[in-house]
Design a protein around this ligand. Structure first.
Ligand SMILES: Nc1ncnc2c1ncn2[C@@H]1O[C@H](COP(=O)(O)OP(=O)(O)OP(=O)(O)O)[C@@H](O)[C@H]1O
Length: 246
């Protein structure tokens, strides 16, 4: 089943951004939304997590419509935003408790997964720390632990590599792949196309709020005379096309 976005138009008050956006992320699939700055990637995600409401179209996850059952819809999502969202007055452990109660789960399986993740990111002895004591990368890792421990049917990751050292980046790719192997859907955004091409199933190219391309990394490379290794040049080609049009 997975995520089904059908003909979404929407955006912000006085600024309509998305136009007729449709795509799907199947169970066990890893899909990356890509596009230039301002293309509408975050706006699309904000619609899926229910922060924005579309003027038209439907958003469905495993047969649950966001508009009809928002709580049931949102409880299926683990979301890692580009900028960590942490509460200054809550410890790391309290953040994990908060996330679990928001998703109405609190069991030993989830907690043992949380401890494995804490160890992986070397946070296991920092459960009583407050966010002010964490570095930028550590704050991002707290978000990673909180999201990956949920094992949610849909994982959304906005720019998964931002602010992480290369070791942590490799861990994140492995964790994303594990989620997909378990049958969970993964939707991410990235500007690092050659790196993402190694593990995503599909790219969705957004341009000025419309979907321009959906296909495998190889299909995207072929369509623009590129190889998987120089796929990062895709954005240069997009810039050139825009400049030619103007
Ligand atoms: N809060 C807001 N209010 C009004 N317009 C906004 C708001 N946030 C973003 N926009 C506009 O929506 C459009 C799409 O922005 P969005 O943040 O979705 O792009 P993006 O593809 O995520 O870009 P980036 O790669 O820079 O993160 C842009 O024109 C932007 O100016």
């Amino acid at each position: 089943m997975g995520l089904k976005i059908k003909k979404i138009s929407g955006g912000y008050v006085g600024n309509s951004v998305l136009k007729n956006v449709s795509f799907e992320v199947a169970d066990g699939e890893i899909v990356a939304l890509i596009g230039l700055n301002g293309a509408g990637k975050s706006t699309t995600i904000n619609h899926i997590i229910g922060e924005l409401h579309p003027q038209q179209g439907t958003i469905m996850l495993n047969d649950v419509y966001l508009s009809q059952a928002p709580t049931a819809f949102k409880s299926q999502i683990a979301y890692i935003p580009e900028q960590p969202i942490l509460y200054d007055e809550l410890t790391l452990e309290e953040h994990l408790h908060l996330m679990l109660s928001a998703h109405m789960i609190d069991n030993t399986v989830t907690w043992s997964r949380a401890f494995e993740l804490l160890k992986l990111f070397r946070l296991e002895d920092k459960l009583h720390w407050l966010p002010t004591h964490f570095s930028k990368g550590m704050r991002q890792k707290v978000m990673l632990v909180a999201a990956f421990m949920l094992d949610a049917p849909l994982l959304i990751v906005d720019e998964p590599f931002l602010g992480l050292d290369t070791l942590a980046q490799k861990d994140v790719v492995r964790l994303i792949r594990e989620q997909a192997k378990k049958g969970n859907s993964v939707l991410m955004t990235t500007h690092l196309l050659a790196s993402a091409a190694k593990f995503v199933d599909k790219f969705i190219v957004l341009h000025e709020g419309t979907v321009q391309f959906i296909g495998t990394p190889l299909a995207l490379a072929d369509a623009h005379g590129l190889t998987l290794d120089n796929l990062d040049d895709f954005f240069d080609l997009m810039h050139e096309t825009i400049n030619d049009e103007n």
